[in-house]
Ligand binder design. Sequence first.
Ligand SMILES: [Zn+2]
Ligand SMILES: [Zn+2]
Length: 976
Amino acid sequence: MPHELPKAYDPTAIEDHWAEYWVREQLFAQPTPAPGASTTSGGEAAEGLDGQSSYTILLPPPNVTGRLHMGHMLNQAEMDILTRWQRMSGKKALWLPGTDHAGIATQMMVERQLAAEGGSRQQLGREKFVDRVWEWRHEYGGAILDQMKRLGASVDWNREYFTMDERLSVAVREAFVRLYDQGLIYRGAYIVNWCPRCQTAISDLEVVHEEQKGFLWEIKYPVTDADGQETGEFLTVATTRPETMLGDVAVAIHPEDERYKHLHGKMLQLPLVARKIPIILDEWVSLDFGTGAVKVTPAHDPNDFALGERHHLPSINIMDDRAHINAEGGPYAGLERYEARKKVVEDLEALGLLGAIKDHTNNVGHCDRCKTTVEPRLSTQWFIAVNKSPKGGGPSIAEQARKVVEPDAHGKKAITFTPEMYEKTYLGWMENIHDWCISRQLWWGHRLPAWHCADCHKITVAKVDPTACQHCGSTKITQETDVLDTWFSSGLLPVSVFGWPNFGQSNTPGASSPSHLGTREGNEGYADFNAFYPTSVLVTGFDILFFWVARMIMLGCWAAADVPMPDGSSRSLADSVPFREVYIHALVRDANREKMSKTKGNVLDPIEIVKQYGTDAVRFTLASMASPGTDIAFNVARTEGYRAFANKIWNAARFLFMNVDRAAEIGIFFEPNELGDMPTAGQNAPLEARWIVAELNATAATVNKELENYRYDNAANAIYQFFWGGFCDWYLEIVKLRLDFSETADKQATKAALTTLVQVFEASLRMLSPFMPFLTEEIWHALYDGNPPAKSIALTAYPKADKNSESMLASLSICKSMQAVQLAIIGIRTRRKEIGAEEKAFLNVKIASTEAYPDILRANKQIIKKLARVNELDIVSFTDRNGGGRYEHLAWQAYQYLDVFVEYEKQIDVAAETERLTRDIAKYEKGVAAAARQLTNEAFLAKAPAQVVEGLKKQEAETRLLLDKAQAALAALPKA
Ligand SMILES: [Zn+2]
Ligand SMILES: [Zn+2]
C-alpha cells in the first residue's frame, strides 16, 4: 500500500485539515471525571486513585474584542507545548479556553457602531444597548478563539467560557454578596482616574502615561487680612491645569519655608469665584518646586485629595462626567475643560493675576482604551477592603495573597514564580496595595447586586433581586447602575469554571447535565473542582502580573478556602491557591529588539507569518527563543530556517516511506512501536542503530528536563540538533547501506535496519509533536498508512529516556565509538577538500589513530568507506603510522584523535602546488604585517573602539594560523 505524502511540504495544505479534525473529534476534551474516579490536581500532588494526576491550565481570557497578536501567539504556543507534553506524558491534561467580556473595550466597540449609524447608547437606553452588545458578541465575539482553533491550540472546546455566562455570573454575584456580608465591600468617595470619553473610572493600571509638552501657569492669589480685606500682597501658585483653581479649597506651604513664614494663619481670596481659602502648612510640599506654594484641589488631584483628608478640607467637584465645568464653576459652568482653561487664563490676565507662563513637560495620563486624557476626579465608588480582617476575624485578603507566595516554616511556597524575580515584584506590590476599586460606570458588565432605598437611603445587597428594602421594607428601591470591574469576574475564574459556588451543576456548558452530579452534600458535585483545582500553572505576560495574577490569587484563596478537599477534610491555605506556578513569559520584539508598536509600524501579524511559513515553523521559532526572562527578537529569517527544518523532516519521511514500500514488495515488513514505546537496539545491532537509539534517549532526557524548567529554547534546540544533525545527517546516510533489497540481501538484517529506522523516526515525531503538531500529525498518520494505533499522535506517549544505569553506560560507550567513526569521516572529507580532490572520486586512505580507536574504526570500515568515498582504507595505530611505505611522501593532516593520509594522484603536481602555496604565504605575511603595524600604533589604539581592536587582534591571529598552515604544507611537499 502506498504511503500518501505529497512530494512537497506545504503547511497550508495540511494545517487547516488537522485543525478542523482536532476540534471535530473533540480530541482534547476532558470531561468531568466519573464518580469514584479520583484525580488530584497540581504539579506535585500525589497520584489519584486511577493513577492519573491532572495538569490544568486556564487560558488567561483574551478580550472578546481581541485579535490575535504576536504576544498571544507566544503565550498560546507556550501553553500548548506544555499541555501537549503533559498530556502525552500521561497526565489528565486540561487546557480551558474562554474570553473576557472586556467592559470598556466592548462597550466602546458597540458605541462606535452606533455612532456610525447616527445613534448613541443614551438614545437607545440601557436595556436595549446591552441587548445590542450581546448581538455584537454573538456575531463577532468568537474571532480570537477561531484564530486559536486554526493555530491548533489543544484546548477543551466543550468547556469554553465567557465571563458573562450565566453560571459565571452567578459566581460573581455570590462573591460580591459574601464579601459584602463579611464587611469587605464598601462604598466611598475616592479620587479616581476618570475617562471623560468612556465616562467611567479606570484603574491605575489602565492609565498610560505619556510625556507631553505643556505650560506651567503662575497665578497670584491675593492675601487678605483679618477683616477679609486684600492686603495688596499675593501668594503665587503654579499649575499645569489652571481650570482646576475653580475647585481650590486651600493653598499649602512648607512650614519651614522662610519666604512665607509671615503668612502662617492668613487667608487668601480665590480669584474668579468668590471664595476665601486658608493657607495651610504641610511638610509634603516641596520647597524647591515651582513657587513653593501649592494650590489644593482635593476633588481633582490624588495628592491634593490626601492633603485634604489630612487637613479635613472639603472637596469641591467642579466637573461633570464629560469633564465639562458644573455649577460649582460659577460663570464657567457648561464649558468643556480645555475651553474653561482658556477662559480662566484670559480672565486672570485681565485681572492682572497671571504671573509667568513657563514651558513644562509633564507626565499626562491617558485612557488605555480610547487615549483620552484622564481627569482625576472625586467620585463615589465601590471598594474591596483588601487589608481588612473580615467580620468574625481572620487574615485580610492581601495578607493571604502574600502568605501563599512567601516561604512557609519549611521553606515551601504554595505558589512559585518563574522567573523568580517576579515574586519580589508581586510581594512588593501586595505589600503596598490600596483598597481595590471594583466599580465601573459602564452599562456592559456584571451590574452590582445592590439596591438603594429612596426612603431610608440604606443599601440592600442580595443574591436574589429584592422587592423591598431589607432595612425599612420600602419598595422604593432602585438597583445600583455601576457594573463590576472585569478583573473582579476574571479573578474568580479559577474557582468559577470548576463549579464554585454551585457545585451541584454541570460545568460543561452545552453538555447535558450528567446524572451523577449530586448536590453539595455528596462529593460528586465537586468532581471537577477535586480534579482540576488548584490549576497547575498560569502562563502570562509581565503586564498582567497585577491583573490576573494578583486578582486570581486574592479571590481564589478567599473563595476556595471553604471548599472541602476530595477526602472531605478542610482545605489549607496552600491548597486554596488558584495555581501552583506562575510562568511569566517575555516580550516578543522585532528583529532589531525594538518593541513592536503601531506608531513605529513594526508590528508583525502572526496570522500573516503563519500564512507564509506555516504554524509549525512559527511555533518552533518562538519556542527556540523562549526562555524565562529573555525577550524574543522575532526574525522571519529564523522562521524560514525552521520551515526548512520542517521540509527536512518531510523529506526524511518520504525517503523512509519509499524504503518501507520497497521492502514490502519483497516481503519485509517493519514492526511499528507499540503506543509510546521507546525503540531499542540489541547488543548485536550495528553501531549506527545502537547509536541513534542512545541519542534519542539522551535527547528525550534533555527535552523532558528542560520543559520542566520552562526552557523551551533548550528543548527545541535539542530536538532540532537530534533530528537534523543526528538523524538526517548521519543516521540516514549510514542506514542506507543496510537497506538492501536485492535478491542476495540478508533479509533479517534489512528488516532489523528498517525497523529501527521506522521506530526511531516515529518516536522522534512524538518528541517533536508538541512543538510542531501539524507536521507530525500528518506524517504520523501516513506512517501508519491510515490505520494508526490512536486517533492522533497527540494521544500517544511522550518519549521518556531509559534511565537504567547499565543502558546509560552502554550508551556512553556507543556514542564514543560513533564519535570516532564520525571524526574519521569528517577528517577524510576535510582532507579531501584541502587537497582539492574530486568530490566523486574514490581514494585510498590511511588513518593512524590512538590506542582505543583502530578496532572501532576497523569494525565500521564499510561505513567510513561509503560516507567518505574511500577505495582502500588502511587503519593503523599511531605507533605504526610511519611504517606503511606508500603514504610516506604524501601531505598529511593531523586531527584530534587521528591522522589522515589521503592518496590522490592529481595532488602530485608539486610545481603548481608550490606556486599556489608561495602566493598564499606572501598574501598572509602581508596581512599579518599590516595588522601588527596597526596594533602597535599608539595613536590608533588610543582612538579605536574596543571592539575594533578586538576584531583586529582576532583577524591577525587567524591570518597567522593560515600562514603557519601554508608554510607547513609547503615544507611537506615532496621535493621535485
Ligand atoms: Zn476612555
Ligand atoms: Zn429603606
